[in-house]
Ligand binder design. Structure first.
Ligand SMILES: Cc1cc2nc3c(=O)[nH]c(=O)nc-3n(C[C@H](O)[C@H](O)[C@H](O)COP(=O)(O)OP(=O)(O)OC[C@H]3O[C@@H](n4cnc5c(N)ncnc54)[C@H](O)[C@@H]3O)c2cc1C
Length: 240
């Protein structure tokens, strides 16, 4: 069953770029034509390799990115923050032009919404918010009104995709959205989330490896069973 989540890794698609859009805090959205991909699920990611003519010498020409969009939106979108001083891969991404084809391996991954109707707590740092954008879109599309909490930690009030998250989740009842900027406030938020919906909560954590390790430790310390915690570690992401 678990292996089924990784089957997509054996499939590659050559997908043309539609557009690149820049938002606040140097967040870039990359939209691709998704016609060659039949389906994918909220929370999945893919491995994106640069076109052959833009490969980087002696460096990895691929990165994993979560997929923000749903098939119903008619395109495949990922998002990443690209600072002025960035990796060769990311600067090659910014040089892509409309129609350039990137190679996608996937989509795949086990970080999926539960089949059961449990309340959900989404916890992310920085760009770790990306898988929750497609999950929030799915819940909105299904009119799913289960209780939900979102805790997002980012420095300097830079909360990528905040407008999307508020758009999909802002009008629900039984929903708590918290965008936090300091570690103490964030840790308090995590502690307060435990038992918030009667102990039936299922936790979803996404972001840098060190962030996931710390939040998981905090939750376990508060008595949350290991099986109630799902994680999506963005290995490769340097900041915590
Ligand atoms: C399942 C999964 C899902 C993921 N989803 C996403 C996602 O949705 N969005 C996302 O952004 N990431 C995602 N990641 C992480 C992503 O794959 C990359 O590892 C991450 O974005 C860092 O890429 P990079 O090219 O900046 O890093 P690297 O090349 O590994 O560089 C590491 C750090 O050094 C800095 N750096 C590198 N070269 C230079 C340079 N020349 N000058 C100055 N600084 C430099 C970079 O800014 C970066 O912070 C995901 C990872 C996994 C495993």
């Amino acid at each position: 069953m678990f292996l089924a989540h990784y089957q997509g890794i054996f499939t590659t698609h050559s997908i043309p770029l539609i557009r690149i859009r820049q938002e606040e805090h140097r967040l870039f959205l990359f939209d691709f034509d998704s016609q060659s991909i039949t389906d994918w699920q909220a929370g999945e990611h893919g491995i994106f390799a640069l076109p052959a003519n833009t490969r980087i010498k002696r460096k990895r020409s691929w990165r994993a990115f979560s997929i923000l969009s749903l098939p119903e939106e008619g395109l495949l979108r990922f998002a990443t923050q690209i600072p002025e001083e960035c990796s060769a891969y990311k600067s090659a991404l910014l040089r892509l032009r409309q129609g350039d084809e990137i190679l996608l391996r996937g989509p795949f991954g086990p970080f999926l919404l539960p089949k059961e109707n449990n309340p959900l707590i989404f916890i992310a740092n920085g760009i770790g918010i990306t898988p929750f954008r497609s999950m929030a879109a799915t819940l909105a599309e299904r009119d799913d009104s289960r209780p939900l909490g979102l805790l997002h930690m980012a420095h300097l009030q830079e909360h990528p995709l905040r407008p999307d998250m508020e758009g999909f989740l802002g009008n629900r009842t039984n929903t708590v959205l918290r965008f936090l900027t300091n570690r103490e406030g964030f840790a308090d938020g995590v502690r307060e989330s435990v038992g918030m919906f009667g102990g039936e909560e299922r936790y979803y954590l996404a972001g840098s490896q060190s962030f996931i390790r710390d939040v998981k430790r905090l939750l376990r310390f508060q008595g949350v069973p290991r099986r109630h915690i799902n994680t999506d570690a963005f290995w490769g992401l340097s900041h915590s």
